[in-house]
Write a protein that binds this ligand. Sequence first.
Ligand code: HEM
Length: 449
Amino acid sequence: MLPSGPRTPSFVQAYQFIFQPAAYTRALRAKYGDAVRFSSAIGKGVAVMDPALAREVFAAPPETFEALPMLEPLFGFGAVIAVSGERHKKLRKLLNPRFHGAEVKGFLSVMQRVIREHVARLERVAGTDEVVRAIDVTQALALDVICETVFGESDGLDRPLAREVLRSMVHAFHPSILGGAIFQRPWFPPWRRLLRARSAFDAWADRLIQARRARGDDALGNDVLGVLLAARYEDGAPMDDAEIRDQLITLLLAGHETSATAMAWAVYYLARAPETLARLRQELDALGPQPSPEVVVRLPYLDAVAAETLRIEPIVTDIIRVCRQPFTVANTWTIPKGEIVAVMLVSILRDERVFPEPERFRPERFLEKKFGPAEFLPFGGGARRCLGAAFAEAELGLAIAELAQCWELVLADDAPERATRKNLTMGPARGVRIRIRGRRAPALARGAA
Ligand code: HEM
């Protein structure tokens, strides 16, 4: 048996899932309940919108599902985000320990240095009437965080060139190529652009990989590239160069826009919530002008502010699994082999049964209650939970801390920001327009410290 759902044509449903995910899933849930039959551009399936059902999807043995086939040509045929089954299991076993909280600690100083450099550049507009889009600041910042944490230890790294190669790759990732295999053809200009950017990236990354290998096994470096080169599968085999390139592309594409968007939303919500900002600053200022990143990322209220930002504005709206075999949810609905089960993160993160007053930005909720992994799930769950979650949380925390501590930020106008589709993710439609009023005292004290 399958749940009921809308009978509108699949392209209409696809449009609504892609462009109005929050409102559409709210309406679907009100009408059909927590499991809804859908038919969209990526195929037919069942969307689940309740933590108990999400838990069932996450707990299913990994061989139950596979990734959407259209991801392979986009990220690479060896990319962790695109491969399935045994191959995915093997790759996650190799990568998970390298992106674990304890390992991410090794990146904190680099992250903090890059964040400080970018946040300090706001000096240029401080005290003026110039309007800055927070998303432009955070995108440049997130790109440099990736550049430095992934490639930073390359000898003589040409940073302007690195930024250019990475930026072209990110920009070539146009939403139109997500429409399915039909658009992944040479006749389609955005696809050609992606292939061009990809081959420039591959040639550039190959040079870095060769130079790094030439340093010998004892000097591969502690950045992500070094970590990938040193990593070994259980049988002792390393990843080959093509596999490493596919992971590098994935980390760049999965980790740049997502993190930048989260930081921009944090600026927006903090600028609208003076009491929250004051409480956060109290926690931060108590650490003095030069807090170490290890101490900052452990602050409970900062952590709650970051979590509430990820909850109130889900950046990844849903996660999609293709069933390799019939899959039954709630002992009731059996999704046939080849169809999709989609966990609607956007609906669960704003579910009033889990998060009372879901439209309110209230970080305190995370101090009052511990939410389960199928309730607070901005990073998905199960075998494919975001590989970079600990990395992203640290980056987001450090960026919020720096922005809140350094500058008096105000929104340039009262118009509310709305989430709109940006490539794979949702982000603020107008980019969060701000003005910088001036520098705060703790940041001034830095010079003296
Ligand atoms: C706020 C920032 C981020 C959010 C909200 C986010 C969210 C997600 C979600 C929901 C998934 C699961 C997709 C699925 O199940 O199909 C995912 C996967 C993934 N993310 Fe993130 N992500 C963020 C940042 C990052 C960063 C910084 C990195 C890398 C440095 C990263 C690397 C990955 C990778 C490699 C996967 C694929 C995992 C797999 O398929 O096994 N993400 N992310």
